[in-house]
Design a protein around this ligand. Structure first.
Ligand code: GLU
Length: 414
């Protein structure tokens, strides 16, 4: 049978398994295996050549039993409704694992921002907010950046929402520029969070970060800052990649040079002739492999050939269920996406809290709090993995889903 590459279906499988292990009813499974609300919108955008292009976008809200829903908006040509639905469930799990007072949400627009001008992107971002404005808001559903969206896009979206509501609403969206109420440390938060769980994972294996060889797939927001932090911590960054290809050197790459030459979409390998493919990169010798790009990268096809002892998922959904089974059987420690990449939403939560208070924290305070939250999240998941003898992904789902299920139960929904 062909391997299941539909991330929504595979997420449903593990949600069901996690809730069953925790002893919840079939009704609870039915409630939590689908988002409570999914909106599809069509957004007309005036292009620079005066033509009008109609874009399709989505906003999915998984569950609001715990509190308002929260999660990013991605701009990508391959966005699908199922993907956005799966991503909204993953956001719920992330918020559960790091104990934030949110449920999960996610948005996406089918588009290629690399082919669009600055003004076209502005019109698309504003059009999306107008289209979803009825179901979002500071106490309903709070968007944020995701794949190929950034603080400028968040600024336009915040401005559009504030105009619609006729009051200034910095707490409508997170990942904003600092001058518009963004938080210190938000831009680097996902990578910082990954760094913290890598430290924890290495401790369980008795490896020092200074002896560790790291391969990072993807050089976007998470991948590039992670390369920087790993390099600064004394690890050897042996591999990196972007959409065009990958670079690998067992003696370590010149990380500072690569960061310097990277463009705003995270591409850098085009400058080199000695590249290998993304696929080949995953199979290179290293201690820690960090998929920080897109879904379904480690599958039943290549899982046997992965040489890393630790796989830390900075991207959402990079490893299939079958690959998870193979890697776990081979003794590879997986730090699953819903834990490893939760740093972004943690600092988004701090940003929202600061916006609500109108009082802003210094960068050190953000880092310190992020560290505490991520370490606790790792410990909780790792303990369930050991005590309940389940793989790390199922352990993460069990930790992540519990608060939501309890909240739904207390509210009398199930
Ligand atoms: N898009 C990020 C994620 O997938 C961050 C979401 C947020 O900050 O709300 O976790």
């Amino acid at each position: 049978m062909a391997e299941n590459l539909n991330v929504f279906r595979s997420t449903q499988v593990i949600i069901e398994e996690a809730l069953t292990k925790l002893g919840y009813s079939q009704a609870m499974i039915e409630l939590l295996k689908e988002p409570i609300r999914v909106l599809t919108v069509r957004i007309p955008v005036r292009m620079d050549d005066d033509s009008v292009k109609i874009f399709t976008g989505y906003r999915a809200q998984h569950n609001d039993a715990v509190g308002p829903t929260k999660g990013g908006v991605r701009f990508h040509p391959d966005v699908t409704e199922d993907e956005v639905k799966a991503l909204s469930i993953w956001m719920s799990l992330k918020c559960g694992i790091v104990d934030l007072p949110y449920g999960g949400g996610k948005g996406g627009i089918i588009c290629d921002p690399r082919q669009m001008s600055f003004r076209e992107l502005e019109r698309l971002s504003r059009g999306y907010v107008r289209a979803i404005s009825q179901i979002v808001g500071p106490t309903k559903d709070i968007p944020a950046p995701d794949v190929m969206t950034n603080s400028q896009i968040m600024a336009w979206m915040m401005d559009e929402y504030s105009r619609i509501r006729e009051f200034d609403a910095p707490n409508f969206i997170t990942g904003k520029p600092i001058v518009l109420g963004g938080s210190h440390g938000r831009e680097t938060a996902t990578a910082k969070g990954v760094t913290i769980v890598i430290d924890q994972a290495l401790k369980t294996r008795g490896i020092s970060i200074k002896d560790a060889k790291v391969v990072i797939q993807g050089f976007g927001n998470a991948g590039s800052y992670l390369a920087k932090f790993m390099h600064e911590a004394g690890a050897k960054v042996c591999g990196i990649s972007d959409v065009h290809g990958a670079l690998y050197d067992p003696d370590g790459l010149d990380v500072e040079y690569l960061l310097d030459r990277r463009d705003s979409f995270g591409t850098v390998t085009k400058l080199f002739s000695n590249t290998i493919s993304n696929k080949e990169l995953l199979e290179q010798e290293c201690d820690i492999l960090v998929p920080a790009a897109i879904e379904n990268q480690i599958t039943s096809e290549n899982a046997e050939r992965i040489k890393a002892g630790i796989v830390v998922e900075a991207a959402n959904g990079p490893t299939t269920l079958e690959a998870t089974r193979i890697l776990t059987e081979r003794g590879v420690l997986i730090v699953p996406d819903v834990l490893a990449s939760a740093g972004g939403v943690v600092v988004s939560y701090f940003e929202w809290v600061q916006n609500n208070q109108g009082y802003y924290w210094p960068e050190e305070e953000v880092h310190q709090r992020l560290k505490e939250v991520m370490e606790k999240g790792f410990e909780n998941v790792y303990n369930v993995h050991i005590t309940r003898k389940v793989d790390m992904r199922l352990a993460a789902y069990m930790v992540g889903v519990r608060k939501m299920a309890e909240a739904a139960r207390y509210r009398g929904w199930v």
